[in-house]
Ligand binder design. Structure first.
Ligand code: GAR
Length: 226
């Protein structure tokens, strides 16, 4: 991996599906609001729509499907080789639905982030919006965090929080959550590009200060207005 400099931050993005977060990053780069370049998009699903989005944006893509490898170990070995070959500054998991082995996570410690549709540590894994409805939670949100070997865990960088409206349905919750993801993830990447964000031994440093357990907190109004 290269040392961050004032040249564009080199990103590698991992996806499994729609790629709307990838699109949000592409849009910010095109609008020159984010000093970054996407060197490659890797998908573990050959039919991921995110691959089409990447191709439209002229980004190089790779498909790495589990079924083409005899076992989990060789699949992740191949992924690790791709990640190493990419020589990027930051690896972004933008809807990548694989649990990375400790070997990969440890190798790229501090240089790998994930977006997750819940206020972590609540609701790791899948179906987070449904879990919020089932629990009658009054607030929900999305999180960006450094990756550790545990699923959807690792030091939190930032969260965007919103109040669940009375009677709100799944679709509405999802669309509000995704709108926040599309603001929050490029924002966090921008902090890396501007060298405001560092990882040090399981803690997050932002503007030379250690962040608390939940990282930087944003309201829906703050992110959607700005
Ligand atoms: C996003 O909502 C992201 O938070 C979630 O997958 C979705 C991908 O959407 N990630 C996880 O659940 C990770 N545990 P996208 O493909 O449209 O960006």
């Amino acid at each position: 991996m290269t040392e961050l400099s004032s040249s564009p931050l080199r990103l590698l993005i991992l996806i499994s599906g729609n790629g709307s977060n990838l699109q949000a990053i592409v849009n910010e780069i095109l609008a020159k609001k984010l000093n970054a370049v996407i060197t490659k998009v890797i998908s573990d699903q050959s039919d991921a729509f995110g691959l089409t989005r990447a191709a439209r944006a002229g980004i190089s893509t790779e498909i790495l499907t589990r079924k083409n490898y005899p076992d989990r170990k060789t699949f992740f070995q191949a992924l690790k080789e791709m990640l190493l070959a990419c020589d990027c500054d930051l690896i972004v998991l933008a809807g990548f639905m694989q649990i990375l082995p400790a070997d990969i996570v440890n190798h790229f410690e501090g240089k790998m982030i994930n977006i997750h549709p819940s206020l972590l540590p609540k609701y790791r894994g899948l179906h987070t919006y449904q879990q919020v409805l089932d629990a009658n939670d009054t607030q929900h949100g999305v999180s960006v965090h450094f990756i550790t070997a545990d699923l959807d865990a690792g030091p939190l960088i930032a969260q965007a929080v919103f109040a669940v409206r009375p009677g709100e349905d799944l679709l509405s919750l999802q669309s509000r959550g995704q709108a926040l993801e599309h603001r929050l993830l490029p924002k966090v990447i921008g902090w890396f590009a501007d060298k405001r964000l560092q990882y040090q031994q399981n803690t997050v440093i932002f503007d030379q200060k250690t962040l608390g357990t939940f990282g930087l907190q944003f309201s829906e109004a703050e992110l959607i207005k700005n």
